[in-house]
Design a binder for this molecule. Structure first.
Ligand SMILES: [Zn+2]
Length: 270
């Protein structure tokens, strides 16, 4: 399978990056101290809305062509103005342990990881066929995933699909911002459901996470117990460890993270 690597930024993008980093740094201290972790200030909510409004069309397009999950910091910052960039910069300094969470800080990969596409996937819900957005995994994880699904199919006649695999840190921040309004603009509350960049197993190739969805489109996102009730979930509980996949967030986990029966990470020596 072809190996996917990120494009090198063009010189003009590099210049833009240098300018944006310098600008963001100048404004950074002010923005970082201004972030209210329990509920964003009205001015910050306005900035957030402007950011989401600006980014939404390109993110939607990139989801469909499969490049959203590979978004770079340069690409995230490029369409934004200085105050918006400073706002993002303030988020990038946040650490989970400031927010009452014990989620581990994995950092960001030093170089773009070598990823392989999972392949074409589709769900069939009430007779309607819907393709899933393209997903990528580090090669050893993809190989273990496909072997695990072959075994599940032999036992159950069913496979689980990859609804979300690798996500770059920049895309992770976009997701965090996207979900903030749904959690009353509370950073601490949002963090129970979406990890900050650098804190997600989806962006940590050495501990790569997969969010599963079944072939009928059940992912448990709104009702975790729906995924928990699936025979596919029970099969994972019995067999996933054989393939080096482990449930990251069981019920009542010590990480102050919501129960996520669909989220399993790959780790060969836990
Ligand atoms: Zn996940």
């Amino acid at each position: 399978m072809p190996t996917f690597r990120r494009r090198k930024p063009r010189p003009s993008q590099l210049l833009l990056l240098i300018v944006s980093v310098a600008t963001a740094s100048a404004l950074h201290a002010q923005a970082a101290t201004a972030l209210d972790l329990h509920r964003l200030e009205p001015a910050d909510i306005d900035t957030l809305q402007a950011i989401l409004h600006t980014l939404e069309p390109s993110i939607t397009a990139r989801r469909q062509d499969g490049t959203a999950v590979l978004l770079t910091w340069e690409e995230l910052y490029e369409p934004l103005g200085p105050p918006q960039r400073a706002f993002l910069d303030a988020f990038r300094t946040l650490r989970g342990d400031q927010l009452g969470a014990t989620s581990h800080y994995f950092g960001e990969p030093e170089s773009p990881p070598a990823l392989v596409p999972v392949g074409r996937q589709q769900i069939v819900k009430e007779g309607v066929v819907t393709p899933l957005d393209p997903q990528y995994l580090p090669a050893p994880v993809a190989e273990a995933y496909h072997r695990m699904m072959d075994a599940m199919e032999a036992d159950l006649g069913k496979r689980l699909l990859v609804e979300s695999g690798y996500r770059s840190a920049a895309y992770q921040l976009y997701l965090f911002l996207f979900y903030l309004p749904k959690h009353d603009h509370s950073i601490t509350e949002t963090n129970r459901f979406v990890a900050l960049p650098g804190h997600s197993e989806h962006g940590a190739p050495s501990r790569q996470a997969i969010d599963f969805i079944n072939e009928d489109g059940i992912n448990g996102e709104d009702h975790p117990e729906e995924f928990e009730a699936l025979p596919e979930y029970r099969w994972l509980q019995q067999h996933a460890a054989t393939f080096s996949f482990h449930l990251s967030y069981p019920r009542n986990n010590p990480h102050n993270t919501a129960f996520e029966p669909w989220h399993w990470h790959f780790e060969t020596s836990p």
